[in-house]
Ligand binder design. Structure first.
Ligand SMILES: NC(=O)C1=CN([C@@H]2O[C@H](COP(=O)(O)OP(=O)(O)OC[C@H]3O[C@@H](n4cnc5c(N)ncnc54)[C@H](OP(=O)(O)O)[C@@H]3O)[C@@H](O)[C@H]2O)C=CC1
Ligand SMILES: O=C(O)C1=N[C@H](C(=O)O)C[C@H](O)C1
Length: 270
């Protein structure tokens, strides 16, 4: 078992951090070698297993990412945009594969990740589940098959702790729809309708975000025309689907040449 690739999880106390730690520990293909949290976090210095309320793992939560990354083959990172940009530079320094699940990144953040990918293998996706990545491909196909008589609306729902909107997944689906239609999403995107908005513009792609309770993640892509509607839907009911995808991505990335990849590459869906 000691020969299996070592993985560090950042944001170890988070919803996804804890799910990732459990997923890696249950896997025979990888081992947990580090757990990173921010400076001053109550879990620093504690065994990650004990901090999560279970048996000890021998991995102590640290606030020193570079030291943790130096002993790992891959870093799985579901944190915040600012943290992820910093981790991208450090993972590149440590020559570790960097799997990024963090959403809500600005164009500037993405440009910095692009720079880090000159020296590191980075796999980034707003959604790491197999189901959503299949939905991305289906959305592209349906959008390519239908003309602008079909209004495209993307509706997403998440728990009340989510800080970014639209979700990373909704943006992936919007990009796929725009791609299928051969248009630039930035030019046709309708976000945050409120007040006297005027009639819907033909060819636009609309986004709606619902936030409530403990919804894990739900995405609908609606194609609405006069007389008929098609809805493509994905419902995640367990964060394990994201964690399993992220671990698969980390293992896929080992030995790959530096560059930016996504889950479609990992799943062979391109
Ligand atoms: N791509 C995908 O498949 C999925 C992506 N996500 C995305 O993953 C991200 C995290 O989601 P979720 O787990 O629900 O959020 P949480 O808020 O539960 O977890 C984020 C964790 O990151 C920690 N963190 C923030 N900054 C740092 C830092 N500088 N160093 C170390 N740790 C840090 C937070 O610590 P603290 O609490 O102290 O701030 C927290 O523990 C979001 O962007 C979300 O959209 C989520 C699910 C699936
Ligand atoms: O914050 C979440 O929880 C999720 N975030 C991702 C997103 O922004 O799409 C993926 C998933 O839907 C859960």
């Amino acid at each position: 078992m000691t020969d299996s690739p070592g993985i560090v999880v950042t944001g170890a106390s988070g919803r996804m951090g804890q799910m990732l730690i459990r997923t890696i520990q249950d896997s025979s293909k990888a081992r947990l070698v580090g757990a990173v949290e921010r400076e001053g976090h109550a879990w620093i210095g504690q065994d990650i297993g004990a901090a999560m309320g279970g048996p000890e793992t021998g991995v102590t939560v640290t606030d020193d990412p570079l030291e943790a990354f130096a002993s790992a083959q891959a870093v799985i990172d579901f944190t915040s945009p600012a943290a992820t940009v910093a981790f991208a530079g450090l993972a590149a320094q440590a020559r570790a594969v960097h799997v990024i699940g963090t959403t809500g990144m600005t164009d500037e953040d993405l440009a910095r990740i692009h720079v880090a990918a000159r020296h590191a293998t980075i796999i980034r996706a707003g959604n790491m589940s197999l189901g959503v990545n299949l939905l991305v491909q289906l959305t592209k196909q349906v959008a390519a098959a239908l003309d602008e008589d079909y209004d495209i609306e993307i509706i997403e729902a998440h728990h009340n702790q989510k800080v970014d909107a639209p979700s990373g997944t909704a943006l992936m689906l919007g990009e796929a729809a725009a791609d299928g239609r051969g248009v630039d999403l930035g030019a046709v995107s309708d976000r945050g309708r409120d007040g006297i908005t005027g009639k819907r513009e033909r060819g636009h792609i609309g986004f709606t975000a619902i936030r409530g309770g403990d919804i894990v993640g739900e995405h609908d892509v609606l194609f609405a025309a006069a007389g008929e509607r098609i809805t493509l839907r994905h419902v995640a009911s367990d964060r394990a689907v994201f964690a399993r995808g992220a671990l698969k991505a980390a293992l896929w990335g080992l030995g790959r040449k530096p560059g930016e990849y996504d889950m479609l590459d990992v799943l062979g869906l391109k």
